[in-house]
Design a protein around this ligand. Structure first.
Ligand SMILES: [Zn+2]
Length: 287
């Protein structure tokens, strides 16, 4: 936000102090009214500047449009389209093979907007089959309601950022969404966004345990003389504990002092446990 006082110059409103300064300047100059300009962030995408969310308006076009990833792909496009176009919708049918949505104001304002898409069994793609695209409810401005902007959609939108910035916390996502998409999302949704992204990029904790046998196989192949043991509860087929020592470290220990230090830490994520690590020191106190 910025303002301009003729003869004085332009000022930016970034916080409360800026507002107080603007008001005191107005009093000094006996100005009773001032125009404040609000600018949204724009990005240049080859051609005239446009808001980053502007392309969402093209995600739903007409009958025949195809969504190659099926219903999930169509629902995501519909959510983003509705946000950019400024209306809310509700699902009449929401299944893997067909989705029908109507404008939320269908009953209140008799709005006729309606879309129906279904799967083509031959290729698994989703196609828009019927579409009444004009609203009669009077909507048409980007809405402040972001009910349809769920954490998994935001996670997809920000995947590249979250991939390169694993240290991001929820507040970073709040700021990024505000700066780049001009949208307000709650702290909780941002927190879920980060969890969903980490699962997508690194895999989820539960599935990771099932990779342990192949991880140890690979360890033995790439690091000969490695030692490992995986203890699984035979009754439930669940992980109980494991031990591994990398072959290169075992060979290196022969040149170390014959003392091992053991340190432990608690694992704090979904599956609790204890990680014990042994460390040896060589003659020059290197670990
Ligand atoms: Zn409508």
């Amino acid at each position: 936000m910025s303002y301009n006082i003729p003869g004085v110059g332009e000022g930016v409103l970034g916080d409360d102090d800026d507002v107080l300064f603007m008001l005191s300047s107005m009093r000094e100059l006996s100005i009773s009214r001032i125009d404040v300009v609000i600018k949204r962030e724009w990005v240049i995408v080859g051609g005239p500047p446009q808001l980053m969310t502007a392309s969402w308006a093209n995600l739903i076009t007409d009958v025949g449009e195809v969504f190659e990833d099926g219903a999930k792909d169509f629902r995501k496009a519909l959510c983003l389209y509705a946000i950019e176009m400024g209306f809310e919708f509700q699902y009449v049918k929401n299944k893997r093979v067909k989705v029908t949505a109507v404008c939320k104001d269908r009953d209140v304002k008799d709005c006729m907007w309606r879309i129906h898409a279904s799967i083509e069994h031959a290729n698994g793609f989703f196609y828009i089959r019927r579409y009444v695209k004009h609203h009669t409810c009077g909507c048409g401005f980007p809405t402040s309601s972001k009910k349809r902007l769920t954490f998994d959609i935001i996670a997809e939108l920000m995947m590249s950022e979250l991939r390169s910035k694993p240290e991001w916390v929820a507040n970073d996502v709040v700021v990024h969404a505000k700066l780049h998409f001009c949208i307000d999302i709650s702290y909780y949704v941002c927190w879920r966004t980060i969890q969903a992204s980490k699962e997508h990029i690194f895999g989820d904790y539960t599935t990771s345990y099932s990779y342990l046998p192949s991880y140890f196989d690979e360890l033995g192949r790439t690091n000969p003389k490695s030692a490992y043991h995986l203890d699984i509860d035979q009754a439930t087929n669940r992980f109980r504990r494991c031990f591994f020592a990398v072959g290169a470290c075992l060979m290196g220990f022969k040149s170390c002092r014959p003392v091992l230090s053991v340190d432990g830490t608690f694992l704090k994520e979904k599956h609790r446990g204890i990680l014990l690590v042994t460390v040896g020191k060589d003659g020059q106190n290197g670990e």
